[in-house]
Design a protein around this ligand. Sequence first.
Ligand code: FDA
Length: 501
Amino acid sequence: AEGARVPALVIGSGYGGAVAALRLTRAGVDTHIVEMGRAWDTPGPDGKVFSGILSPDKRSTWLSDTTDQPVSNFMGFGINKKIDRYVGVLESEKFAGIKVYQGRGVGGGSLVNGGMAVTPKRDFFEQILPTIDADQMYSTYFPRANSTLGVNHIDEAWFESTPWYQFSRVGRKTAHRSGFATTFVPNVYDFEHMKREAAGTAQASALGAEVIYGNNAGKRSLDKTYLALAAATGRLTVTTLHRVTAVEPAATGGGYQVTMEQINEQGGVIATKSVTADRVFFAAGSVGTSKLLVTMKAQGKLPNLSSQVGEEWGNNGNIMFGRANHMWDSTGSKQSTIPAMGIDNWADPTASVFAEIAPLPAGLETYVSLYLAITNNPERARFRYNTATGKVDLDWRATQNQLGIDMTKRVFDKINKKEGTIYRTDLFGVYKTWGDHLTYHPLGGCVLGRATDDHGRLHEYPGLYVMDGALVPGNVGVNPFVTITALAERNMEAIIAADLG
Ligand code: FDA
């Protein structure tokens, strides 16, 4: 309520926010999450909470008049459709040189992502965050993150025999024929549930073309794991459809004044409120946290923030693309939406690529192998407050993807040559091979040990912390949520011991 005072306020309910909430509430601290999206716990008129990929409705997309599918075209046709403006679950946030896809609602990115739960390669982790004790991360915090997230492994015998993973087996076969290694990828989607879907004894979700607009069953999203555990303490309050717009030192009594806008389901502002919090945890995601902090510094609300705030943003080297297979290498009309395998060429410095073999669940045979390549692209961008527009710009340029494309080509040109196949040029527009205008993996903007101290404290302002993907400097070599979760576990343990003890 307006004017209230709370001990701990968490901005955002994605991975960083969910870890902060669980560890604070378990430490006996009453914790308040403010989330700009809705709670995805109530079915719509069709009896379902989320809409599927093949028939998206207003629930799919955050405040937009059309869907904005990552794979936007097929054989010359645009596949986006008109929808009603609504606080839908997936946002494609547009900056001048890149579009950033993010989840919106209680659970953040966990609501829309592919669930791939990958612990980064230790030598690369040590390279990007050299001041962090890697022994501790790999012995304590990565295992803690994996077990609390509910990470599980696919039954390999089932994988080899089910039609639902034919697309992965074709991707693997063509990779192996060119000498590239593949690896199974763990996931938070319950693979036993998926087997029951295949057998017709459980509600189809991964096998029912659901993922980027939410899964109606099977997925262990954060609302089912970390956030449910935090709620079970009785100390968690979650306020939805409220967007934090400012954080500044409170005029009296210490702590911070947090200003927020309450929005309706069409995004209209219906009230502005402020509360005071003793501690504020920024967990609005790499983009959300960076935008807020850069704005607070520029507007003089938090003027002493480090000059490193807003720096070192990257797209995790994301390059999406497709290959056209021959007719005898059909990828199947049945495709699980949950990726289970990656091509791992990371160790090759000239073609440092970890490529997820991605599904393209179209409900019909496409012969397409789709990939999301994570490349070792060291390019970075920065967030800057634009005084003319009052908004935050991100200065990433399309040309900064070239290194990632070059590495990707070194792997997949070889596969195409061996197979006598070509890239699809129709998936991202007309004659556009590389889906490099979008990322699923925004990272950085408030990097650990540089914009913050070594545990995410904004040390110029005691009681302010960063706890999400903004801490990770630009690329981590694998899908990022396990890293974000484990770092938050590590930082929260130290913060609770030292600052709240
Ligand atoms: P996250 O973005 O999860 O949460 C931030 C939350 O803050 C959101 O709920 C947002 O609504 C809220 N918020 C933002 N600004 C706010 C404000 N001002 N006030 C109040 N609330 C605010 N990763 C992976 O490891 N494996 C995978 O398979 C995939 N697949 C994938 C697919 C797709 C389609 C997407 C979009 C992303 C992925 N990812 C992924 C990426 C992964 O989801 C992402 O890295 C994490 O969700 C980031 O976690 P954070 O805690 O940083 O923020």
